[in-house]
Design a protein around this ligand. Structure first.
Ligand SMILES: Cc1cc2nc3c(=O)[nH]c(=O)nc-3n(C[C@H](O)[C@H](O)[C@H](O)COP(=O)(O)O)c2cc1C
Length: 194
């Protein structure tokens, strides 16, 4: 069982940040985030998520035209912006990732809709693991879907054939930029016990 402090860090006090302290995030830390993220479960161990870490001014400038106006300034100011993407052809790696069943790749080559659903569902799950991993390592996050996916795909992902899911600013948050915490649904509103 985790300590109450750890639960605070991961969930109860973890916030979606809009402003950043002037403190860099090392490439080593980005590698640690990925090392934790990749261990989260995905269907057939499909691991469809892919991650681009934009850490330079030049990379941020290429991202800027795709950002919604409300997301522009905070993204340019963040030490790192991750593009949480997924590989629609994730199944090509199943012979390695799911060695228990050599047939697994064919489940997806035979069914385009299943492949698309699996890529997006599991890529999104991995995006959530990424957020929790970053918080576990002491970072703050600012996830965003307010951007033009086609522009991001064209600018950053065309060579690999990957697709963008959401963006996530990473760094050490400045709490003065936070909105007031919004309410969450009560157990009885969101859950059913059968
Ligand atoms: C997938 C995703 C997309 C989001 N998109 C945006 C966005 O485009 N711009 C923004 O300012 N916040 C965005 N948010 C932040 C949410 O509004 C925020 O997580 C939510 O209000 C809860 O805030 P809290 O984590 O501080 O409690 C997004 C969050 C997620 C998880």
């Amino acid at each position: 069982m985790l300590t109450e402090d750890a639960l605070d860090t991961l969930f109860r006090e973890g916030r979606s940040h809009n402003a950043w302290r002037d403190e860099p995030v090392s490439d080593e830390t980005l590698r640690e985030i990925y090392a934790l993220t990749r261990m989260g479960p995905t269907s057939a161990n499909s691991s469809p998520a892919r991650f681009l870490f934009l850490r330079t001014r030049e990379a941020k400038e290429r991202l800027a035209p795709a950002l919604s106006s409300g997301n522009h300034d905070k993204t340019m100011a963040a030490p790192v912006t991750a593009i949480i993407a997924y590989d629609p052809k994730f199944h090509d790696k199943l012979p390695t990732l799911f060695p228990h069943n050599p047939e697994a790749r064919s489940w997806f080559t035979a069914n385009e809709a299943l492949a698309a659903t699996t890529a997006f569902r599991n890529g999104t799950l991995q995006g959530a693991y990424f957020i929790i991993a970053a918080r576990a390592l002491g970072l703050d996050v600012g996830p965003m879907s307010g951007f033009d996916n086609d522009k991001v795909d064209g600018t950053f992902l065309a060579a690999q054939g990957w697709r963008s899911n959401f963006l996530c600013n990473l760094g050490y948050g400045d709490p003065t930029g936070l909105f007031a915490r919004s309410p969450r649904l009560e157990f009885d509103e969101a859950c059913i016990l059968l």
